[in-house]
Design a protein around this ligand. Structure first.
Ligand SMILES: Cc1cc2nc3c(=O)[nH]c(=O)nc-3n(C[C@H](O)[C@H](O)[C@H](O)COP(=O)(O)O)c2cc1C
Length: 254
């Protein structure tokens, strides 16, 4: 292969010159040598280019391998959370509606208490100053109006998160968002440099716009969705089942 590549440019040098050219033989011989020299140059340039490409490929592959190894080794360290300065803050329909039926309300409370137990961290509750209605219809009417007007209802309790680096924030979904008392609470706190794990309970719609809204309103925080569960299903689980469920979820972020 190398011989062929080296030899071919010499061929026109030898053939193209007319046989009867004055001093034709010397010309032909010289042209052949020139051709040979040119092809050697071309060949060596090609060899250098191929060599360089191979060199680059080899080192890129080695660097990628090294990076993968380093990130794999560092990953558990980066993921590890120190929960010594963590707390749970939650809002639940149950504490804000007089005569709430615990059979279908209080899902967020159950989630919050389980988190507090497993991590052995404080659990604080946001409660609105003015209770909502006694029926779902009444509560829904008030909550809908608050949402439509972006109201900031006054609070009876305002958990203070200034001492904590990590905060688990839980709420039910009301009209595809977090209830407005949660908005009041968010506005009252400084979230700079905090890590926030969100958890929610809902009927059908999942997170709705609450994730995006939390990310926008919790200025300076890293906001991560931690858990979302359908309220009715969660309330059917036994304590043991909930404990297992949370153990698994917490192992993902420990
Ligand atoms: C006023 C009101 C509005 C609700 N709006 C929604 C909704 O938009 N989407 C949804 O999936 N569930 C909605 N739900 C259902 C609750 O999110 C669900 O029942 C949740 O599990 C309640 O948890 P909690 O009892 O801890 O507050 C609403 C409930 C109420 C009381």
């Amino acid at each position: 292969m190398a011989l062929q590549l080296t030899a071919w440019p010499a061929i026109p040098g030898m053939c193209v010159l007319p046989r009867r050219w004055p001093h034709g033989r010397q010309f032909r011989v010289r042209a052949a040598w020139h051709g040979l020299a040119m092809s050697c140059l071309w060949q060596s340039e090609l060899t250098i280019k191929v060599g360089l490409t191979m060199f680059k490929c080899f080192y890129s592959a080695a660097a990628a391998l090294l990076l993968t190894l380093v990130s794999a080794l560092c990953a558990p360290v980066a993921m590890a959370q120190d929960f010594s300065k963590a707390a749970v803050v939650y809002f639940t329909t149950m504490s804000n509606v007089p005569d709430a039926n615990p059979e279908y309300m209080g899902a967020v409370k159950r989630m919050a208490l389980e988190l507090g137990n497993q991590l052995n961290i404080p659990v604080m509750e946001i409660i609105a100053e003015k209770p909502y209605g006694t029926s779902y219809k009444e509560t829904a009417a008030i909550a809908r109006k608050e949402r439509e007007t972006n109201a900031f209802p006054n609070l009876a309790t305002t958990p203070d998160i200034s001492k904590y680096d990590i905060v688990f924030v839980g709420y039910p979904i009301w009209f595809r968002a977090y209830p407005r008392p949660v908005a009041t609470w968010i506005k009252s706190q400084n979230f700079t440099a905090k890590r926030v794990f969100l958890f929610t309970s809902y009927g059908e719609s999942g997170w709705g716009s609450s994730l995006e809204e939390a990310r926008t309103e919790m200025h300076g925080a890293t906001v991560v969705p931690f858990m979302d569960l359908r309220g009715r299903e969660l309330l059917k689980l036994t304590d043991r089942q909930i404990r297992r469920y949370f153990e698994k979820a917490l192992n993902q972020i420990r």
